[in-house]
Design a protein around this ligand. Sequence first.
Ligand code: ADP
Ligand code: MG
Length: 480
Amino acid sequence: MEQAFETVIGLEVHAQLLTASKLFSGDSAAFGNEPNTSVSPITLGHPGTLPLLNKKAVQYAIKLGLACHCNITRSNYFARKNYFYPDLPKGYQISQHTTPICVGGYVTVKTPEGEKKIVLNRIHLEEDAGKSLHDVNPYATCVDYNRAGVALVEIVTEPCLSSGEEAYAYLTELRKLLRYLEVCDGNMEEGSMRCDANISVRRKGETRLGTKVEVKNLNSIRNVKKAIEFESQRLIDILKAGDEVVQQTRSFDAVNGNTFALRTKEEANDYRYFADPDLVPFNVTTDFIEEIKSNIPALPEERIAVYTQKYLLPEYDARVLSEEKEFADYFEEITKHTSNHKAASNWMLGPVKSYLNEHGVAIKEFSLQPSSIAELIALTDEGKVNFSSASASVFPVLVKNPGKKAHDVAVEKNLVQDADKSEIINWVDQVLQNMPDKVSEYRKGKKGLIGLFVGEVKKVSRGKADPKLTNEILLQKLKS
Ligand code: ADP
Ligand code: MG
């Protein structure tokens, strides 16, 4: 990046809420239905129809707002935003205008310079538009109204991001949050999460914002980053040439990695907003908020703190474990059956993750119970089977036969190895060498120390040494 300039970015994310029906009607909100089959007269805004607010959508928006530390607006109303567009059957979109349901707040992201709070301006509820399809018929544009009326939240940041990389980190974190909260599936390819990037550049030290361009049609997080990087360089080149930036809406071309102008904004749109006369204003009560709050699961940051501070796992492990809620839940389930947290993490990040990736299976559909992983951990901790045999030979059999016991499979496969006498002698020697003071105390008559020695051998052998045999060998050695 060029030294004399800085880039300023604000992101607008539209997230489709995972409600079964639309924001103001009982029409199905499912993705992929036969075109124009989830379209009732309410969706089309026919005269005499009345919209009815979907309570679940309000709950989901508040849930997200609470997780993002927003203030929740108590007195709300919906407004009509009037404009003409082929995929907007009513001629207006119902949206929140002056009373976004969530105000302020932030999302914390990790950047190479440390943690940064990406400040939110607002999160508001609105309905989605239909979809214009340009590739179905070569001579015409087709319109599918199934999506019209589906519940959306729009999450708007302040102009506070400074690079494509930060935008990447923010969107990754936001998507994780949406999925943890189970309010949106976060699937950018299917369009259930969409992002527009507003970008401007200015000379360093300048306090006023530069003229922005808005880039649309960004269908992956990676493309958002690429578009920002391309666009900020293009804007810097304009300023360096002594020219002025024109406020524009542009589109990202993923094939060529560049952007092109869609339209140039001469003046602000006049949407003639007014309160929707068919919808009554609604109030959000404290009880309603508290109820939602009590249903918020432990979020990634909280889990990372527990994993690193209580389970003493490395930060890397904690982050990977908590990337997906179900994955983290599975890990936590294992820890109910074993106290070896690091081993549980190793199994999750190693064999379990590889298996899921290789077979394209989600953790929710994984056949093996978390308690079976705990059994595998016990087998290796007791020294009965080493980790590589456990993961390469026992684990795959268990995955195919989830009802089996790890120990039985190890026995069947002849993998159980108990330590022989010569190995125990080595461990005993090692322990006695490391504790010369205790040895002389023992020899001076403190015979009770035998228990300590047995315990130490058990530790260094990781449970492999038979205690009875250990005792015998110790007595022998300590005599001389
Ligand atoms: P619009 O009315 O064009 O949608 P808004 O003021 O609602 O503009 O802002 C939309 C988004 O653009 C917000 O995320 C905001 O932070 C961002 N934004 C506004 N001005 C700038 C700017 N000059 N440079 C970068 N981002 C900006
Ligand atoms: Mg905008």
